[in-house]
Design a protein around this ligand. Sequence first.
Ligand SMILES: [Ca+2]
Length: 585
Amino acid sequence: MFQLTASLTRVQALLVSLVLASFMATGNSFAAEPAAAAAPGRAVTGKVVRPPGPAWVDHAVFYQIYPQTFFDSNGDGIGDLPGIIAKLDYVKSLGAGAIWLNPFVESPFRDAGYDASDFYTVAPRYGTNEDARRLFTEAHKRGLKVIFDYVISYTSIDHPWFKASCDPKPNKYTNWFVWTNGTWYPGWDKNRSFVQGYCERDAQFLSNFFWHQPALNYGYAHPDPAQPWQLPTDHPDVLALKEEMKNVLRFWLEMGADGFRADMAGSLVKNDDGSETSKFWKELRELMDREYPGRFMVAEWSDPKAATAGGFHADFLHWFPGYDDLFQKDAKRGGRQDGHSFFDADGLGDISKFLKIYLDQYDGSHANGYIALPFGNHDIPRIKNNGRTDRDIEVIFAFALTMPGTPFVYYGDEIGMRQLDNLPHIEGSYGGRAGDRTPMQWTAGVNRGFSIASPERLYRAVDTAADAPSVAMQEKEPSSLLNKVKALIRLHNDEPALAAYAEFVPVFAEKDKYPFAYVRANGKDRLLIVLNPAGREASATFPLGYASQKPVLISGSGSATLGARDVTVKLGAASHAIFRVNALK
Ligand SMILES: [Ca+2]
């Protein structure tokens, strides 16, 4: 998706994933044919390469909080920063090591806050800058890190920089956005998202999908000499913008943020193969290492090879068709229902397509940084959809918390909050995004404990189903999903073989078959993870490829029997098993 995401916006990438999966599957995304085969030919060695970066990430699980729907502290119906502070003990109780906060700065909220109108000020609906400072301080007191959403490829049309840029009289901000020469510029092309006729400046501006999100001007990798409005990446005005965006970064790091998640990281420089955009991220990595050592940067790029070579410690890998094969093909995602997911009880999915792309990315990135494979976020329908049970969700967690790299838990997934259907589209949610942003369910009571506002004043309606899960109920029940997730997070925190950098070797991953099995190894410390999302028993026999101790079950249920050359595993329906299989020597 390198070529694609390099020139696409966040939302376009989402739509590509939604609509064009078959197109993308035919080629031109990632390396066309990854060289690595799924399972055969890979040996478990226990050798690890720890990429440069902060040590606190090695075993950290991130918890993603959508500020508007986490906890409302003042009863106005919308979540806020003091509400997040009030729930930090809960986040800590999960075993999470860090928090990713979605945008909380001033915005007209046509895109839920991604459309910033002031990069330096907390939106009043969430509180004040002092609340943000207190949030960082209180998190640190509990040993939690906090990263913020660094959205630097565009602004809102309401941003003062863009308003100044709209002025026909030249000023400091004239070139901070991408403008053509003239409203009737002949190269006008709807596919490139140019907007005509907005303001008095006689020109078109380049938007980032939603027309009201003008692209900030990081220049063109290869400006067309016939189009003088395409500025080179070293144009003084482009350099001035970059310096200002560095100041935005410094501002939040100074206040106490421990790093950032970069929204649509691959789309800064236009007509770029990624290399010019990477140059700027490398500058920022150097800035971080020099001025703020120990901080962390993760990209929304969906090309870990490019992102980690370009300075990032980690990259989210989800805007590619193999990702949909995991969870989304059976899901109600904007009406989509075009196949079978691997993690579904019907047991008709296929792990091999995902794994082929994943391994290509893993092989090309793990020496530089980590893959963050999200299993839920504010853009993706919740995993609890289409009839999945808590047992099914537990298998997904077992997968997410044992794969290499940096896991991110989307708020509410740990109690099995449902994807809700047919909700109104507010603040640009559209598609499945409306139903994955409902308020956190703290209790079984009014508004599920999210807010004391009257229900009609809520930013979003809560799940009112009689059996809607809640934190309060699940904390009391020892066998609840919440407590099972906590146990898996503890395992991730404690096991050397589950370090972000520990070796990953698939040992049973055959097309159209269940289960899926892989070894994680860190020296002699080794774990065999076996996943059977299917609603029927599954078994498999395969070589581990080294002399192992007798397998010991440490999580889930199932059996593993060691033969002379092979191991045979048996799992019940919808279950996972994690075995300790340390090397004998
Ligand atoms: Ca509030």
